[in-house]
Write a protein that binds this ligand. Sequence first.
Ligand code: MG
Length: 405
Amino acid sequence: MSRVSSTESNMKIVALVVAAGRGARMGGEIPKQYQNLADTPVLRRTLENLIKIPVISNVCVVIHPDDMDLYTTAAEGLPILPPVIGGAERQDSVLAGLTAISAQNAPDYVLIHDAARPLVVADVVHRIIEALNDGASGAIPALPVADTLKAVSPDKTITHTVDRTHLWRAQTPQGFVFADIYQAHTAATQTVTDDISLLEKSGYSVKIVQGDARLSKLTEPADFQDLERYLRPQSMDIRTGFGLDVHRFEPGNAVILAGVSIPFHKTLRGHSDADVALHALTDALLGSISAGDIGDHFPPSEPKWRGVESAVFLKHAADLIHETGGYITQVDLTIICEAPKIGPHRHAMRNTIAQILNIDVDRVSVKATTTERLGFTGREEGIAAQAIATVSLPQHSKLQESDLC
Ligand code: MG
């Protein structure tokens, strides 16, 4: 095809949004591209942002055959092409989309984009188009790799440090001269994870342009929380909750504190694993949404909670916060005892809590104190723990205690 040398009105650029994936790492009942991000389905945000960019002539979405109803709701009223049903692999879905686009007056360029990258940045699209105008067959946004990269053997032993000087992280939208990418997809005999690799293999000229952190892919629940923070930093309802718990010592050989088992000449008595620290933290989270206390949710009278790991309680409280559309900003825990020593385990405790709550470890504080040998903790009769949780809830949240319990 002839190259068009400008983005004048005769240039036809179609955005092809790939939304046929299942998003297994995200969890939830519906695929992540249909889950709400700050009250709007991810896919709808993606489409609205693409439509806003004037240089894009039209938008077409490839969907999973099971998702027609979800798609119809998410895309309702948007001025875009009819959806195309995708295939088993991403590559099949892209080919189905390209074929559909080609059948109705093929465009000059196509921008292939992941549905799960909702914050499409116009400047990035312009850089891609400029690179295509300059003669590249494909151009993709990418960011330099900031972290140190380690190559590891299957048993996770580090074999060497990878030189990251020439390494970039690929994002989407990935822009292509339509005829070149369609030809490469039609001729493909191997499965590839992204479209640009097809062109690389076929010897076409492919370039990177500067990407943008806002184009990060939504992969895990924490990514949703990050984008929520970005999309409505001013509009959250900040709340705090407090929790306190005490458990008595009895003879034993270990205590479990904040999910970490510490060898000790006593143990803590309790119905569950007696993790006094996670109990205080669970109560703090429940308190932040006025959802009662741990005993309301997990009555000690019910045998099914006997010996259960307290991570279950904490996770439940976090789930209740997430169900409101909120997220946990910070937790701060203080363990009060003369012994065992907490310091050597603090790092493991913070990591364990961060994992259970699915938040960054720098949002988890674990502290310890003694009571100068005063009182029941000073006499080493038991351990106490206090916790404060700070959470951000959507302003519009109509929290009902009855919904939460
Ligand atoms: Mg307790």
